[in-house]
Design a protein around this ligand. Structure first.
Ligand code: GLN
Length: 491
């Protein structure tokens, strides 16, 4: 009988593995058993790799470790990867009919970095089609479920990754965040989600949604785990022209002691506005008090351009998406229609059949925003707003070291509730989008359970390339409170 190794955090599991108490096969068996118990309920994965393949890889790791035990941080660690990040030899669908059969001939840079450390790839997790959505309900494979209540959404678009971590179906996962898709599902599922600064982590091999916003980041059980994974992900990559040269510090140094003294945190009043659920607000306010008790200085601040963020985001993101998704034409790769009368008809039919309703809505919105005659009215205007939002942040970061806000105006909502109302769905990103537009790092950590027993998330946003400050503050909060110890019932 495999021991319940799936209960441990990444750091704990790594320590056990390095000490020699357990082997890679023990880990693999434990996780495979866990998957067999809960995956049919949670549906976190689009593709689970062959059992024999995973066991074989684990066996190879154990065999190579006979003589010595010094390992790399991710060795034998079972990770899940969002299904819009390319994995050599394992299909990468983006939750879309368009790429349902697509098997990448190469690894994304982040995947290559994990492979170098001999991690165990468990499978590819569910997402809204091409990352467009906040609930995973826009996946052609059907929605994933929230482990805290299976009738609720796990958030999105990285809902599969967050649900897999919360349900112990992997020890940690990679997600992607364009307007909140790491932080929002992490909040819905009661786990930690970190969106790094734009440029911190390579996007090479990430299927593009909105290139000026997309970032890959960790979804984990603890803050230390996020630091550990970010250490592997953060690196300059010559294959990504927007990848930064800014040297990455050792992020594990930020999660050693509870230390927020000398830090000033800002509370932006625009993030506590109408529409914020009182239950959520109360937990966030209590979290702010915890920071104060730990010796942090609290300051009320204002980010006046916040109210335009959603409007600007949905123009910029759809504009970029309409251009990025032009490549799916039935010629180069992916789906091609069976019914065709000539070339143009083939294009048209392929896209009509290959994309879902939300993707089509965005391609149309984006094409419209970019069309001549409307470009200045929409796209150029949205870019100006983006600059204003960035300036707001620059100004407050003169006074404070990081900002504290809710992640989402509500907790997770029931499956189906917002599916017919795109605008309501878009509003669930109102607190995450600003950091995306400004390219800032932001982390979501659990800060409570609502009266209905659903997780509440706390967002910390920081200066560009100061993930360490966020990790330090998040770690201090996490270690002072008990929320990380709560487990979802999965029923
Ligand atoms: N929910 C937002 C959207 O639908 C953000 C998605 C994301 O970050 N990938 O665009």
């Amino acid at each position: 009988m495999a021991p319940a190794l799936f209960k441990f955090s990444l750091k704990e599991l790594q320590d056990l593995f390095t000490s020699g108490d357990i082997g890679a096969l023990d880990i693999a068996r434990s996780y495979l058993l866990r998957m067999s118990q809960v995956e049919s309920k949670v549906k976190a994965y689009i593709t689970v790799r062959e059992r024999e393949q995973i066991l074989q890889e684990a066996d190879t790791i154990d065999a190579s470790l006979k003589q010595w035990r010094k390992t790399q941080p991710l060795m034998a660690m079972p990770l899940a990867i969002k299904d819009n990040i390319c994995t050599h030899g394992t299909r990468t669908t983006c939750g879309s009919t368009m790429l349902e059969q697509f098997i990448p001939p190469y690894d994304a840079t982040v995947v290559a970095a994990c492979r170098e450390q001999k991690f165990l790839l468990i499978g590819k997790t569910n997402l809204d089609e091409f990352g467009m959505g906040s609930s995973t309900e826009h996946s052609v494979f059907g929605p994933s479920r929230n482990p805290w209540n299976l009738n609720y959404i796990p958030g999105g678009s990285s809902g599969g990754s967050a649900a897999a971590v919360a349900a112990d179906e992997c020890v940690a996962a990679l997600g992607t965040d364009t307007g909140g898709s790491i932080r929002q599902p992490a909040a819905c599922c009661g786990v930690v989600g970190l969106k790094p600064t734009y440029g911190r982590v390579s996007r090479y091999g990430l299927v593009a949604f909105a290139s000026s916003l997309d970032q890959i980041g960790p979804i984990t059980k603890t803050v230390a785990d996020a630091a550990m994974l970010l250490n592997v992900l953060a690196a300059h990559d010559p294959k990504d022209s927007t990848s930064s040269n800014c040297p990455a510090p050792d992020f594990m140094k930020s999660v050693k002691k509870k230390d927020v003294k000398k830090l000033t945190l800002g509370v932006p009043r625009e993030f506590f506005s109408e529409g914020l659920d009182p239950d959520v607000e109360q937990h966030v306010r209590e979290a702010i008090e915890v920071f104060q008790e730990l010796g942090g200085t609290v300051k009320d601040v204002s980010l006046p351009s916040t109210e335009w963020a959603i409007a600007a985001y949905y123009i910029i993101a759809t504009a970029e998406a309409s251009s990025n998704l032009a490549r799916y034409d039935g010629v180069k790769y992916g789906y091609r229609t069976k019914e065709r009368k000539g070339l143009f008809d083939m294009y048209r039919q392929t896209r009509a059949e290959g994309f879902g309703a939300e993707v089509k809505r965005r391609v149309m919105l984006g094409t419209y925003a970019l069309s001549s005659g409307y470009y200045d009215a929409y796209y150029a205007k949205a870019q100006s707003v983006r600059t204003l939002i960035t300036r707001d942040f620059d100004a407050v970061f003169q006074e404070v070291d990081f900002l504290v806000t809710p992640v989402m105006p509500t907790t997770a909502f029931p499956l189906g509730e917002k599916l017919q109302d795109p605008l309501q769905m878009y509003l669930s990103d109102m607190y995450t989008i600003s950091a995306s537009l400004a390219g800032l790092p932001a982390i979501s950590i659990p800060c409570g359970l609502s009266q209905a027993g659903l997780p509440v998330g706390l967002q910390l946003m920081g200066r560009p390339f100061e993930e360490s400050t966020l990790l330090r503050a998040a770690y201090a909060y996490e270690q002072t409170t008990q929320w990380r110890k709560k487990r979802p019932p999965i029923r």
